[in-house]
Design a protein around this ligand. Structure first.
Ligand code: T46
Length: 139
């Protein structure tokens, strides 16, 4: 699930990691934002998006991304600016800061729209069950 970015290195001169949007991303970028100034241990996110697709890169430090599809949670450590991860629509996600002052850059497929967020986990699970066409409710 982690995507390795094309990276050019020159001995003693550091590295350049490249996101050619048309090659790496399954969407056009409409917005970018970056999250920073967060203390170690703080967990952000706790939501899913209805339609928004996103790609995240920790350009400085280390952040743990949790993706939850309603049945299974997966954890990914972003601690290398030459790697990124897709946060697809419909994935419940959190971002935990593993190091002070880590910077998370996010490329998003659409402008900000609060109505695209599902911020309540119970609502999220109910919607997933509806979409999957089955219910776990035996009652
Ligand atoms: C996401 C994860 C990875 C805006 O007004 N415009 C924006 O483009 C964004 C991203 C946020 N905001 C406002 C909405 C809230 O009042 O900024 C405030 C903080 O946003 P939020 O609490 O949603 O931040 P995170 O870090 O929990 O989530 C953010 C993105 O909002 C979200 O789309 O998937 O990063």
């Amino acid at each position: 699930m982690l995507t390795k970015l094309q990276t050019n290195t020159a001995r003693g001169e550091g590295a350049v990691s490249i996101i050619e949007a048309t090659q790496i991303l399954p969407f056009s970028v409409a917005r970018t934002y970056h999250i920073y100034g967060v203390k170690t241990g703080v967990v952000r996110g706790h939501h899913a998006h209805k339609k928004l697709n996103q790609f995240a890169v920790c350009v400085y430090g280390a952040v743990c991304i949790m993706l939850d599809n309603g049945e299974e949670k997966r954890f990914y450590t972003l601690d290398n600016p030459s790697c990124g991860i897709m946060i697809p629509a419909q994935a419940w996600h959190t971002m935990e800061w593993l190091r002070d002052d880590s910077v998370l850059l996010v490329l998003a497929s659409a402008p900000y729209d609060e109505s695209d967020y599902i911020r309540n986990y119970e609502d999220y699970l109910r919607q997933r069950i509806k979409e999957d066409g089955h219910s776990c409710d035996n009652g």
